[in-house]
Structure formats: C-alpha cells, structure tokens
Design a protein around this ligand. Structure first.
Ligand SMILES: [Mg+2]
Length: 185
C-alpha cells in the first residue's frame, strides 16, 4: 500500500486494558490514523485511560446503548478522541446529527461507520455529507448492492458521491427483496 495509504485499526474489543495500551502504542509508532474499539464500548473508564495515555486518536462509542446521551458522557469525560456514529445506532438521522453536533462543539470528529447493509450505507453517506466533522465513510470490502438498483460505490480514488434524488435517492430492487423475504406484511 505504501506510506501514503491511510490506515485505521478496528480490532472490535479483543483486548484487556494492558493489551489495549500495548497495541495502541505500537499502532501510534506505525502512523495509524486512529485506534477503534480496542476494548468494549461500554468501558468508559478504560477508554479514558487509553485516550489520556496514547498519542494515537482513540475512537469509541459505535454501538453503545443510549444513543447521543451515552456519547455525551464520553465526550464530556474526554474518554475518546473520535466518536463513531451512524443513524442506525444513534436514533435515526436526528439522533445522529445531535451526536455529530455535540462532537463539533467539543472540537471532535464524528466518524460514520459501516452500515452493514447497502441501504444503510446510503443512509450513512447522506449523514456523513450533512456534517462537517467526518472525514471517512466506512464500507465493507464484500459490499454489494443487495436490494438496491445501485448502491454506494467508491471510485478508483476511494471517493463516493451521494445520490441526489428525493429521499435517500436510491431505487429498491423489489424482486430480489421479495424473493429473499420470509414474510411480507
Ligand atoms: Mg467499528
């Protein structure tokens, strides 16, 4: 990939506190941009220790219950350098925007993580475009456009463009959705 390729680490909470500190120090030396969810997201005390001790930016709060109310506790405690957020975990677009604006007021970025379904990725892209303190949109490598006529697709430079039609701006592929459904109301 070379030295110009931006890297982040998201190990999804495999470490105890000491292991998380050791790995974070090494990732910092290697120039990673951020260190995400090294410990469980509800462990705010542990995150406070990491954020205080490490030079690398610590990202947290992706899946915590409590939406922006919980994110506010992390922000106020300075228990993370970056808050992870998206509409599905933070109470819809309104909850997401409240989270992002709280981050902005405290000088923090609110980075949008993967939606895990093509339709949620479209929603996340719109959300990311609606705030100023998000630099990256996370997409799964195995991403396809299941259920959509066209999904979010990065160009050769890794850039994505939001649809401009009404609503989310995408057309559902109903035949695929219906053939995959177990029930229809
Ligand atoms: Mg994550």
């Amino acid at each position: 990939m070379g030295p110009d390729f931006v890297l982040m680490s998201d190990p999804v909470a495999p470490f105890d506190h000491m292991e998380a500190m050791t790995v974070g120090r090494e990732l910092g030396k290697l120039g990673f941009l951020w260190y995400e969810e090294p410990i469980h997201d509800y462990d705010m005390y542990g995150y406070k220790q990491l954020a205080d001790a490490l030079d690398i930016a610590v990202a947290a709060c992706e899946w915590n219950a409590g939406k922006y109310f919980t994110a506010a506790q992390f922000i106020q405690a300075r228990a993370a350098d970056i808050i992870r957020s998206d509409p599905s975990w933070k109470g819809g677009f309104t909850g997401f925007l409240k989270t992002a604006h709280l981050c902005e007021a405290y000088g923090m970025n609110c980075e949008v993580h993967a939606g895990c379904t093509p339709l949620m990725d479209v929603a996340n892209l719109h959300a990311a475009c609606a705030i100023k303190n998000c630099r990256y949109l996370e997409l799964s490598i195995e991403e396809d456009s299941f259920g959509l006529m066209a999904g979010v697709s990065p160009d050769e430079d890794g850039l994505v463009t939001a649809p401009t039609d009404l609503g989310l701006g995408v057309e559902l592929e109903w035949d695929t959705l219906r053939s995959s459904a177990v029930a229809e109301l």
